[in-house]
Design a protein around this ligand. Structure first.
Ligand SMILES: [Zn+2]
Length: 299
């Protein structure tokens, strides 16, 4: 029945953020099918595209009002923000040209710039006005997508970004060398190799414990640094016990982390996320790569 087809089209449009009244869909569908004798499949496709394109054209030349990052509280909205690029992650997906964090005086938000946007590359520490980005919601947080309707303008202005903890959700894929028990120069606190500080030569050292690792969320990778207290918890042993009982701490760390999903929360320093909190979670609920391809095709 035509009512059922109308509902189907309505649902499909809704999924893509477009709200259309039932009667509008129905009258257009009846026109095509009953007046012009267009076959059902073709009519459905035509009506769906008609409303999608209509919205697309409407939004194209519009510049949404500038908002502060903390005020982004709805998905599927077109927004303009002014912010400083804090971090760029290595993109792991061919549809993505850049992925990272942008911040303003009120907060920090993740952004994804699609390759199909043909936008210029953003650089860390530079400030940009990003016009007409689209808000999205993923794993409990808002993010923005930069597509081909987005405009980017670099401006000569500095922004005091509100420092806030960021979080990264992914699987641990690698533990780097220099993890486990390390020895720090008592003068400069740098880690020392074979008792030699690169600044102070042969020195007395203090033992410490840390993990340098790599997390992967399917579309980017993030270097993380886990300090002593958290490492002790993961290894279920204190630094003193590890040394005195000669515990194979690297093996314990690998067992605790590799191949497992975590939400890592902390501060972004250079290319590292200095982890303050680490929470293990079940595997990411659905294939994010699939979702990304779906999103990319929509643009
Ligand atoms: Zn030193």
């Amino acid at each position: 029945m035509i009512e059922e087809i109308v509902e189907e089209i309505k649902e499909r449009l809704k999924e893509r953020g477009v709200e259309v009244e039932t009667f509008e869909i129905e009258s257009r569908l009846r026109l095509l099918m009953e007046e012009y004798g267009v076959p059902e499949d073709e009519a459905v496709r035509s009506v769906t595209n008609y409303f999608l394109k209509d919205i697309y054209v409407d939004r194209k030349d519009e510049t949404p009002e500038e908002v502060k990052i903390k005020d982004i509280k709805e998905e599927g909205r077109h927004v303009t923000i002014k912010g400083k690029i804090l971090t760029l992650w290595e993109s792991r997906h061919e549809a993505i040209s850049q992925i990272g964090l942008i911040g303003d005086e009120t907060g920090v938000i993740k952004f994804t710039k699609w390759k199909s946007s043909n936008l210029p590359d953003l650089e860390v520490d530079r400030v940009y006005v990003v016009e007409n980005a689209v808000t999205d919601f993923w794993q409990g947080r808002y993010n923005i997508k930069l597509n081909r309707n987005t405009r980017i303008t670099e401006i000569d202005e500095d922004i005091e970004v509100m420092s806030e903890n960021i979080s990264y959700t992914g699987v641990f894929v690698k533990i780097h060398d220099g993890s486990g028990v390390i020895h720090r120069c008592i003068q400069c606190n740098r880690s020392v190799i074979d008792g030699e500080c690169q600044e102070h030569g042969r020195v007395a050292t203090n033992p410490d414990l840390r993990i340098k690792a790599v997390m992967d969320d399917g579309r980017s990778v993030q270097d993380v640094l886990i300090r002593r207290e958290l490492t002790e918890r993961l290894a279920a042993a204190s630094l003193e016990e590890i040394i005195s009982e000669d515990i194979d701490v690297l093996r314990r760390i690998e067992e605790a982390l590799i191949g497992k999903y975590f939400v890592a929360e902390g501060r972004e320093v250079g290319r590292y996320l200095i982890v303050e909190n680490l929470k293990q979670i079940d595997e990411v609920p659905y294939d994010e790569a699939e979702q990304l391809i779906y999103e990319a095709e929509q643009i």
